[in-house]
Write a protein that binds this ligand. Structure first.
Ligand code: GLY
Length: 400
């Protein structure tokens, strides 16, 4: 299938979007004080990653740090987190032009590139687009294009047309498991369509987003974590919230992935139903009675023990970055609310409450993330994906 858009439609769309962008620009004026904080945070984050770099064994990727044991936890290239470190380094290089960070990013990209052929994971968007997507944006190269295309091919191999979705977990072949996180993998598919002209990637992304919209979301626009389908008929057999407090609860990072994913869906398709969806999710998050004043959520909106439950800086960073983008698309009143919420979050994350002192926190930038609470894994620790989305949010704010 070829991907074609009529030129005149393109021109009209461009004019309309330019107008929208101009209006949005007037609304989204960064505050001078916060801009200074953002600049300082980017500079200090770059310095902090020099510490991280020194602690990290060659060919390993940082995941978290256990302060009690003074132990860095790292992984190979295959888990879902592999793209965040090179991606974060590239964002910091973009901001500071620090070539040490750039060289480290290139070394890690080399170790990561074999994952383009990995068909055993749905996380290829996180892994290969946060990394090679940024590499290509900063230093366009045929080699990066090919890696992105191959990664999208591998991700598409997990698509099932009966279900209308990409399979997430492989643990049981008889149950087609899809988690909300998968929404953030779709950006890779849009990039592949742009690079190849092959619309099948685009259509898979659209199908997946529509199926997820139909089955993952509750009437209040809060998402389940996991939906299990029959791979033969596509019927839903179960809905769960595996990483949350209960099947009926609102796991915070899951809400963050949904918000980020539907914002990207609107950016890539300009289909209003995705903008509406992102708006609904944002309203759920921002109007939730358990959202703290600094807007960095507890690890689950229904976590037991609130207000003493752990916060999740990773969910905060993802939501903050997504809101900064969504504010550019939403109608004026909502846009202002999103922008102001993102500013509150950015200030909080940049304060000593969340951002580590130079040389501490194992070289990670943010403190207080929650990996997997029900498994008692990585609670109140730094997380490489919290760092990545925080740096992205800082840059988004600076570029406004
Ligand atoms: N994608 C895994 C997580 O958010 O924990």
């Amino acid at each position: 299938m070829r991907y074609t858009i009529k030129t005149n439609c393109c021109v009209l769309l461009f004019i309309a979007l330019s107008g929208l962008a101009a209006n949005a620009q007037q609304r989204l004026k960064p505050k001078n004080g916060l801009l200074k904080t953002v600049k300082k945070s980017l500079e200090e984050s770059a310095v902090q990653y020099h510490f991280l770099m020194k602690k990290l064994p060659a060919d390993r990727f940082p995941v978290t740090y256990y302060s009690k044991e003074n132990k860095m936890i790292s992984s190979g290239s295959e888990p879902w987190v592999g793209g965040f470190y090179p991606g974060g380094l590239l964002y910091l290089y973009e901001s500071t032009k620090d070539t040490l960070l750039y060289n480290e990013a290139i070394r890690k990209l080399k170790s990561l590139e074999k994952e383009q052929y990995n068909k055993t994971t749905h996380d290829l968007g996180f892994m290969m687009y946060c990394s090679f997507g940024n590499a290509r944006r900063l230093m366009p190269k045929k080699e990066y294009d090919q890696i992105i295309i191959n990664s999208a091919k591998s991700l598409s191999s997990r698509y099932n047309d009966k279900v209308g979705a990409i399979r997430s977990w492989d643990s049981d072949a008889a149950r087609f498991m899809v988690i909300i996180d998968n929404m953030v993998n779709l950006e890779l598919l849009f990039a592949a369509t742009r690079l190849t002209g092959d619309s099948s990637y685009y259509h898979i992304a659209v199908k997946h987003a529509n199926t997820t919209m139909k089955h993952h979301y509750r009437p209040d626009y809060c998402s389940h974590h996991l939906v299990i389908y029959s791979p033969q008929t596509g019927t839903v057999s179960k809905k769960q919230t595996v990483q949350g407090a209960a099947d009926t609860s609102a796991w915070s990072r899951g809400q963050a992935w949904g918000l980020y994913g539907y914002t990207v869906m609107y950016r890539e398709t300009r289909d209003k139903k995705y903008l509406d969806m992102a708006n609904h999710i944002a309203q759920f998050i921002l109007k939730h009675p358990n959202l703290p004043k600094d807007k960095i959520p507890y690890w689950d909106f229904n976590a037991p023990g609130i207000p003493n439950a752990s916060r999740d800086a990773s969910a905060g960073a993802v939501i903050c970055s997504a809101l900064l983008e969504l504010a550019g698309y939403a109608a004026p009143k909502m846009s202002k609310a999103y922008f102001s919420a993102a500013e509150t979050m950015l200030s909080a994350l940049s304060s000593p409450a969340y951002r580590a002192i130079k040389g501490e926190n194992g070289g990670f930038i943010l403190k207080h993330g929650v990996g997997n609470y029900p498994r008692n894994a990585d609670i109140d620790v730094p997380l490489i994906y919290a760092d990545y989305y925080y740096i992205e949010a800082l840059l988004r704010y600076q570029k406004l």
